[in-house]
Ligand binder design. Structure first.
Ligand code: GTP
Ligand code: MG
Length: 302
């Protein structure tokens, strides 16, 4: 008997939502970095085990939006939260519940959705801290389950899946059993490039970057990919390129190596940098760069 459950993964930026989803799937579907606001749109990850299919929505971290792009991300997070049969809220175990978690709890109470609270990064906390955080959360909501984990090394991640399996319902699957994401290879390629940039760059530059795949062709085992890196200022372009092209070359090498693992063949990756002043605040550009609000309207209208 086939069963399915849709799981929304929500929480503040940088708590480890994408790391946790990748760990559960055993595959890297969503990009991860130490910078907050890494995930910008809802990414689906699918795990099919025996007759059970788990569909995860990894969402952008909830925050106070300060740009058009930020508005888009917060909308994506809220829409993603509403699409799940169960809400998996991920929080940093060393921190007390903040406004964001309280907002999610309000939604849970109103919508009467089941919820699993995952307290991540237990590798950075002692027993007392973990117990105190569990108590603080217990005081604001009666979650269906609370699981302290370390998504980074996998500790207790199986228990998360056990808890989620209680919410499986008899249903046809929504994806073929070998599918792990709804992301296209074009999108994945640009996300991997963005991840390497986030990791290579400091301070304010990374948040102002978008990456778009302009060309993607496969011929006789060689995948040719052309990505455009969009940044906000000529000064940022200089930083991204680096002295003598050093930084962009390094980013290109890391991205190519990772894409070769995924495609299983040779990859030729061509990177270009362009400046579009203040694109994060220009609705038209935010859309052109792939962050499109209408996507949700379509999904909601289905
Ligand atoms: N110490 C520790 N770090 C972790 C753990 N899980 C994730 N991280 C780190 O936390 C940072 C953020 O991880 P992400 O998975 O990108 O976080 P996110 O919640 O998806 O962030 P946004 O997409 O920005 O909302 C990365 O540097 C991870 O390596 C963990 O269990 N322990
Ligand atoms: Mg993320």
């Amino acid at each position: 008997m086939k069963k399915t459950v849709f799981v929304s993964i929500v929480g503040r930026p940088n708590v480890g939502k994408s790391t946790l989803m990748n760990r559960i799937l055993g595959e890297k579907v969503a990009i991860v970095s130490s910078k907050p606001q890494t995930t910008r749109e809802c990414v689906r990850g699918i795990l099919t085990r025996g007759e059970d299919q788990f569909v995860f929505f990894d969402t952008p971290g909830m925050h106070r939006a300060q740009s058009r792009l930020g508005d888009y991300m917060v909308d994506a997070a809220e829409n993603g939260m509403m699409q799940g049969d169960v809400v998996m809220i991920v929080a940093d175990v060393t921190r007390q519940p903040s406004e964001t978690e309280k907002k999610v709890v309000n939604y849970l109470k109103k919508s009467k959705r089941p919820s699993v609270l995952v307290l991540n990064k237990i590798d950075t906390a002692n027993r007392e801290t973990i117990a105190a955080t569990i108590a603080a959360y217990a005081a604001i909501h009666s979650f269906d389950a609370v699981v302290p984990v370390c998504a980074k090394n996998g500790t207790h991640v199986d228990e998360v899946l056990d808890e989620l399996s209680h919410f499986l319902r008899e249903s046809e699957w929504f994806y073929p059993e070998d599918e792990i994401t709804d992301q296209s290879m074009r999108r994945y390629a640009s996300e991997i490039v963005r991840e390497k940039l986030l990791r290579a760059l400091d301070r304010e530059v990374p948040h102002g970057i978008a990456v778009v795949t302009e060309g993607y062709t496969e011929e006789e085992g060689l995948t040719k990919i052309r990505c455009e890196i969009i940044c906000e200022k000529p000064g940022h372009k200089k930083i991204i390129i680096g002295k003598g092209g050093e930084l962009i070359k390094r980013v290109g090498t890391y991205a190519r190596e990772e894409l070769e693992k995924v495609t299983g063949g040779k990859v030729y990756l061509d990177l270009w940098v362009k400046v579009k002043e203040n694109w994060r605040d220009r609705e038209g550009l935010v859309r052109t760069l792939g962050y499109d609000r209408r996507e949700f309207e379509k999904k909601d209208g289905e």
